[in-house]
Design a protein around this ligand. Structure first.
Ligand code: HAX
Length: 429
């Protein structure tokens, strides 16, 4: 693999990270927070207990990738953002060429993966197909082969990086092939070695793109979803699996299985389903009052408003802002986008009145699907795969960095309800 520049940066970075972790470990006993009963009952929400340097999510601002606000990266190429996630700097022109070539080099998916996917029942969810497709390729993991050959632990990150590049190189081909197979779109479109990662993906999906707008959307989509800190379900699951020195195929597949949940990545599918149901019910775009009534009806029925709220964010998600701007520019006549736009005006007020959601503002999933729909990707069961392909960038970078840092196995402690009661009684007496 010809990645000399990236490898030499990573070597320096690895030294630095290990040194830094050694210094930090001297303060091992210093308390930086309290574990409360609320943390134990509440899914560890807000409990600071992980290190993640690829990106951070600031409640009042949103995502920063290596401290760069996401809105400053919307016009970047996703493979350059992978370089940024990994190393902390944007690539030079030579490094850009190197990473682009590496992402293109391994983009053919082995035949046995297609055979495996073709054997599945035709109504299998595309996220299941993606997860199975990745796991089928596990036999090719260089990381696992290196581990079995007795490679010292401090050198394993190199093989994780090789696996990451190969996997990222292939995942767009795999996802596009799944799209075409699952939704009977015709033959697979092979990867084109001269195209950048995002353009190749757009081309392999095979949707009409007469003026390159869809390709632009896909590049932006891949960047906006590329990473979101280390504590979300998919990143946390993938890193937990990776911490057992399972290779990237196992780890990413595990992360994606979490992404497939409706409270996480499946929300983009749910949003479109919801928007379509609004369109069908009103035979077009509802009035503000009709939409408000419908949202209340939903809340009274104990259902969430998909695309709104967030576990960490307390403002409109900047990724939503980027998609919304794109929609205003390119799809403002599209009724589906118009309903998304109307929801943006009405839903926050309703959620505020309802008074439960800590964040009434739209998240990334509120607009992304309406744009894909506009360009002809009407099969919303596929939207979480779009999210997953993008998130593979960030999770892969995190897995490589964690192996470089010699991060230990993740092993929090669980206690029984009885023990928790006992601890509460002790504290009260
Ligand atoms: N509609 C209705 N009720 C909502 C709500 C919404 N959009 N968002 C939060 N609430 C409710 C919660 O269900 C919770 O109710 P209970 O106390 O009865 O359990 C209460 O408000 C407090 O929740 P919270 O602390 O504000 O939010 P959480 O951290 O518990 O959950 C979620 C965050 C994103 C899961 C939540 O806002 C939600 O379900 N949103 C709708 C689904 C969605 O858009 N998910 C995508 C999130 C982005 C993402 O991760 N993408 O991958």
């Amino acid at each position: 693999m010809k990645l000399e520049r990236l490898l030499s940066r990573m070597e320096t970075l690895t030294e630095q990270v290990r040194q830094e972790r050694k210094e930090l470990a001297q303060h091992r006993e210093l308390a930086i927070g309290n574990v409360t009963v609320g943390h134990v009952l509440g899914g560890m929400r807000g409990l600071v207990s992980l290190l993640c340097d690829t990106s951070s999510v600031l409640p009042n601002e949103g995502l920063r990738i290596r401290n760069i606000p996401i809105l400053e990266l919307v016009d970047s190429y996703p493979e350059d953002v992978f370089f940024l996630l990994l190393t902390g700097s944007m690539p030079s022109e030579e490094e850009k060429a190197e990473i682009r070539a590496a992402f293109a080099k391994y983009s053919n998916v082995p035949y046995y993966v297609w055979n495996t996917l073709e054997a599945l029942p035709p109504d299998t969810h595309p996220m299941v197909m993606l997860s199975i497709g990745l796991l089928a390729m596990e036999r090719e993991s260089r990381f696992r082969q290196a581990y079995e050959a007795g490679t010292p632990r401090q050198d394993l990150w190199r093989f994780m990086l090789e696996d990451a590049i190969i996997l990222l190189s292939r995942i767009t081909t795999l996802a596009a092939g799944i799209y075409r197979m699952r939704f009977a779109k015709g033959d697979r479109i092979p990867p084109h070695p001269d195209l950048d990662w995002g353009a190749n993906y757009a081309a392999m999906l095979g949707l009409p793109d007469p003026n390159g707008e869809f390709t632009r959307l896909i590049r932006m989509y891949l960047v906006l979803h590329s990473d979101h800190g280390g504590g979300n379900v998919s990143a946390f699951s993938a890193n937990t699996v990776g911490s057992a020195l399972s290779d990237i195929y196992y780890a990413l597949s595990a992360g994606f299985n979490g992404l497939a949940g409706p409270l996480h990545g499946l929300a983009n599918q749910e949003v479109l389903r919801f928007v379509m149901s609004i369109y069908d019910r009103f035979n077009g775009i509802p009035s503000e009052a009709q939409l408000r009534d419908l949202l209340w009806e939903r809340l009274h029925a104990g259902q969430v408003i998909p695309g709104f709220g967030h576990a960490v964010l307390r403002v409109t998600d900047p990724r939503f802002i980027a998609f919304h701007r794109f929609g205003k520019e390119h799809c403002s006549d599209d009724p589906i986008f118009q309903i998304v736009d109307l929801l943006y005006q009405v839903a926050p007020k309703v959620l505020q009145e309802h008074g439960k959601a800590k964040n009434p503002w739209p998240n990334v999933d509120a607009a992304s699907g309406s744009l894909l729909y506009h360009y002809g990707m009407t099969e919303y069961q596929f939207y979480t795969v779009m999210f997953a392909v993008s998130r593979a960038l960030g999770i892969s970078a995190q897995l490589v960095l964690n192996r470089a840092a010699l991060a230990p196995i993740i092993r929090p402690k669980a206690i029984t309800t009885e023990k928790l009661k006992e601890l509460i009684a002790q504290a009260q007496s």
